[in-house]
Design a binder for this molecule. Structure first.
Ligand SMILES: Cc1cc2nc3c(=O)[nH]c(=O)nc-3n(C[C@H](O)[C@H](O)[C@H](O)COP(=O)(O)OP(=O)(O)OC[C@H]3O[C@@H](n4cnc5c(N)ncnc54)[C@H](O)[C@@H]3O)c2cc1C
Length: 476
């Protein structure tokens, strides 16, 4: 007789029912399913504050969905290597299923958990749910991981298309009577002060919201994506990053939804999903990607640490409106437009010469889509120390970037209301307005809005010198 012992499905960053191969496999077996999410005491990198807010709501959404199928989501805290064997013994499970994590430290943890479970006689099976292509499946002709995006993506596109998404299980059999934590006990939400009001006003975590956002974007945004994606003053990108980071929607679902809309509009958008893929494949082969420059020469880069400038940067008070608008949007909503992430990051590492790792950590703490791979890739790209990076001499001019990508100053006015009265001509360079123009706009430089904390022209020359000195040692 086939075994009727329950199957444990260990949820991690795959907080969805559809296209969830581990859950699908468990449902197919017809056996009781115990879905569990663990608050891992030994997680290699503790979640940042904004991501904890998201996780709280995402777990609530997943619990509701599973409850609708008659199955409770079990929440437990501890080390997976102890908690999973304990749970398996408690319920008499003989199988544990999960979707793979590919970041090296998480993957090492999973290998250790697998060994522990197998040693106890349990069956463990894992699946790919988080990526279009698995790290290792995309390699150069000589069998190495790609270091440059364009050939990487070309190689991805030459592979068989990612599998069609699996449906959500129509029915599940659960087990009741198991004791677990309530998500509120984990205190993932801020208490006093509640700084997450702005985040809650903008985002709805959970699979249903993710699916709705994808549908809206495919219908309303995809055809104009390439035209609008660089403009923070427009609603031109999918804003799926938080949902993707928590696995409330999977990349295969996004891929096939975009493809159904036709090759032409989908290509440019899927290429961005390709950057997500590239960053995850890169991290899979470089455990210290989030902390160490890929170009090792950059370890000797003459970074500076100025506490005052750092404080101005994170508070959105550098005196450069596009940078400040982005940093305030980040603080308020937990998200920043990609173009502005690049401008703000360039300002930190090139104008202020503050180490990119400081910026990476700040983003990690404040982004709702914080993702070790994409975040490190973004920062290393901007700093010029990634293997496929912006060249060191590309130093964004925050005024020119602002005028190009936010030409009417709509984005700046939204986040810096104190500058709203300035004309389009000065909105990105308030210090050039005459005293009368400033007065008429209600702007008092140095009081209501700061003077630039650094002169971009001199900062640029200083950065170029520092980078050229490094070049002498073989960098860039
Ligand atoms: C300094 C810096 C830090 C970043 N940190 C993160 C991060 O922690 N988490 C994160 O998800 N993205 C990060 N990005 C990449 C990018 O800014 C966001 O993915 C994007 O802004 C999310 O908005 P969207 O969902 O509307 O993207 P869309 O333009 O609609 O793209 C669709 C999806 O593709 C992926 N994607 C798009 N651009 C990139 C990219 N350049 N690199 C990797 N994936 C991409 C995202 O999953 C995104 O949701 C960072 C970029 C920079 C420059």
């Amino acid at each position: 007789m086939a075994s009727l012992s329950p199957i444990i499905v260990w949820f991690r960053r795959d907080l969805r029912l559809a296209d969830n191969p581990a859950l699908f496999e468990a449902a197919q077996s017809g056996r009781p399913v115990v879905p569990v999410y663990l608050w891992e005491d030994d997680a290699p990198r503790p979640l940042g504050s904004a991501a904890r807010w998201w996780l709280h709501h995402s777990l609530k959404a997943l619990s509701r969905q599973l409850a609708a199928l008659g199955v409770p989501l079990l929440l437990r805290q501890g080390r997976a290597i102890e908690e999973l064997p304990r749970l398996a013994a408690e319920i008499g499970a003989d199988t544990v299923l999960w979707n793979r994590r590919t970041a090296p430290r998480e993957a090492a943890l999973d290998t250790a958990v697998t060994r522990a479970l197998v040693a106890l006689g349990l069956r463990v099976e894992s699946f790919n749910a988080g990526l279009l292509f698995e790290p290792g499946a995309v390699r150069t002709r000589s069998g190495q991981p790609f270091q440059v995006f364009t050939p990487f993506w070309r190689a991805c596109l030459a592979l068989p298309e990612p599998a069609r998404p699996l449906p959500a299980p129509a029915a599940l059999t659960g087990m009741t009577g198991l004791s677990g934590d309530a998500v509120d006990e984990w205190r993932l939400l801020p208490a006093t002060p509640d700084w997450a009001k702005g985040i809650g006003a903008v985002w709805t975590p959970g699979e249903d919201a993710a699916r709705a956002r994808l549908c809206d974007f495919i219908e309303e945004g995809l055809t104009r994506y390439t035209l609008r994606r660089d403009h923070p003053d427009q609603d031109g990108t999918s804003r799926l990053s938080g949902h993707l980071a928590f696995g409330e929607i999977g990349p295969r679902q996004v891929w096939h939804a975009a493809r159904r809309a036709g090759a032409e509009p989908a290509d440019g958008f899927l290429r961005e999903l390709g950057w997500r893929e590239f960053s995850h494949h890169t991290l899979a082969f470089s455990p210290d990607f989030a902390e160490q420059p890929q170009r090792r020469e950059f370890r000797d880069f003459p970074w500076t640490e100025d506490a005052g400038q750092w404080a101005a940067f994170i508070a959105g008070r550098t005196g450069y409106p596009i940078v400040d608008a982005g940093m305030r949007a980040l603080w308020d909503t937990g998200w920043m437009h990609n173009r502005v992430r690049m401008i703000a990051a360039s300002f930190l590492v090139k104008d202020l010469l503050i180490p990119w790792q400081r910026g990476e950590e700040w983003f990690w703490d404040t982004l709702i889509d914080a993702d070790s791979a994409a975040n490190a890739a973004g920062w290393q790209w901007v700093a010029g120390c990634g293997l496929d990076s912006a060249p060191y001499f590309r130093i964004f001019n925050p005024v020119v970037q602002g005028e190009k990508f936010d030409p009417r100053g709509r984005y700046v006015r939204r986040w810096l209301p104190e500058l709203a009265g300035l004309s389009d001509q000065f909105i990105h360079r308030p210090w050039e307005a005459s005293p009368e123009q400033l007065r008429a706009a209600g702007v008092s430089l140095g009081r209501s809005y700061p003077h630039p904390i650094i002169d971009h022209g001199s900062a640029r020359r200083r950065a170029l010198q520092a980078y050229s000195a490094l070049r002498g040692t073989g960098a860039a």
